[in-house]
Design a protein around this ligand. Sequence first.
Ligand code: G6Q
Length: 543
Amino acid sequence: MANNTPLTATPQWKALEAHRAALGSTHLRALFAQDPGRAQRFTFEAAGLTADASKQRITAETLTLLLQLAEARGLTAKRDAMFRGEAINTTEKRAVLHVALRAPKTSRIEVDGADVVPQVHEVLSRMRAFATAVRTGTWKGHTGQRITAIVNIGIGGSDLGPVMAYEALRFYAQRDLTVRFVSNVDGADLAEAVRDLDPARTLFIVASKTFTTQETMENAGSARRWLLAALKDEQAVARHFVAVSTNEAEVRRFGIDPANMFGFWDWVGGRYSMISAIGLSTMVAIGPEHYDALLGGFHAMDEHFRTAPLEKNLPVVLGLVGLWNNDFLGAASVAVLPYEQYLKRFPAYLQQLTMESNGKSVTLEGEAVSAPTGPIYWGEPGTNGQHSFYQLIHQGTRVVPCDFIGFCQSLQPLGRHHALLLANLVAQGEALAFGKTAEQVKAEGVTGALVNHKVFEGNRPSTTILADRLTPAVLGSLVALYEHQTFVQAAVWGINAFDQWGVELGKVLAKAVASELEAAKEPTLAHDGSTNALIRHLRARRA
Ligand code: G6Q
């Protein structure tokens, strides 16, 4: 099996290294001059998205070599194993089937011999009935009033997807429903979220796969007390709390009627769960029809990823280009820059998706990886970023590949706003790729040392992803595109994109420290000197 050879020792990797050396610092100016068809050659389409990767520092040969590497690393076999429901999350012995969450009723996907598609659709029907009841006011609070505010309590994968989707699809949301999200164990998060809400009209969705996560349970407990302080009747919990979880026993223990629990399965990873029952807040906000369209967009990209030839396969090509930037051009981060205000939380969502998935340093076999893995994802909506960190992207000493995301039509047409927004998106990609030479600067009359300050070296890679309009379906395609890119990179690196052991240690230590911070009697501390001192300082000053 190819994966037993360290990645960087494979002939395909060596070929890419040689190609990288031959390419040297060939400028994008030269690449465009040599190949008039470059923009078309490197523009790819799938599921309502068009991606122009021609401003990446690649040639046709780069892509050919990357595709050869992917094949040699078993990408197609690994992809097919995921879609077949094999336990590809080997460290947790689990199947990885977020694709089943958006599979149509007619498909059949088995885990341990059982078709999971009917279960998915059963939960979706219950979600639809519940969402409709809340939206129409049939679902009443304990005092008989209709619900006007939804508060989703969850963290990580049980928060970032729902927040991102709500913000992204706010245009489609029922505007007389307030939707809020509480994640941080910092009491300020919950306090600020509920301060102007009426308990009699507020519904909490406690979203937690395990229903044991410290932050979520603490927030849910405090939310329960907030509700009961006003409504003064334990029975109220049943009308004001619903749960999204895989853990029925804990849901019961919290006092939520399992009839008001929406389940999912251990084959859905937290950061891949926004379209499972974890999407309940999204469905309540935008309604079942828009939610179905969102599922459809995900599924369209899943089908493209599953069936399109690799050289035309958008997640494959963009995933490999990302790997090229990370491993061969030494670009350690990716800036995600949506020119769309509604996507303001998209970079934060992608941070978890990509970094929790591919922030790994051992292979599936438990060996040290031989090439750098997961790049750092970050970003802000354009044009705001242009007035802050773009300086470093244009003239700093590091290469930061950019993903520009934009829409041809605005959901909120207003004067010239959208034309200006799009003009900035296009201009940034152009400036990054082509820069401004010393000759051009001098021709503007600049002289002396100032010339160098005003030179833009260019040759800075970017991809521009466009769709006609930000619809629920397009959002689904866009998220699935990044999910599958992440998969492609993990497949080549030979790592497990679906576990997250790195999150564990901090959780365990925090439990120990909490008991020391809260102990009535001065505890005996056995940490390192710094940690002991910090705990003592906090104990002394906390009161
Ligand atoms: C995601 C991670 C993590 C998880 C949270 C919340 O892939 O596993 O972000 O989603 O820790 O977990 P619960 O949903 O179990 O509360």
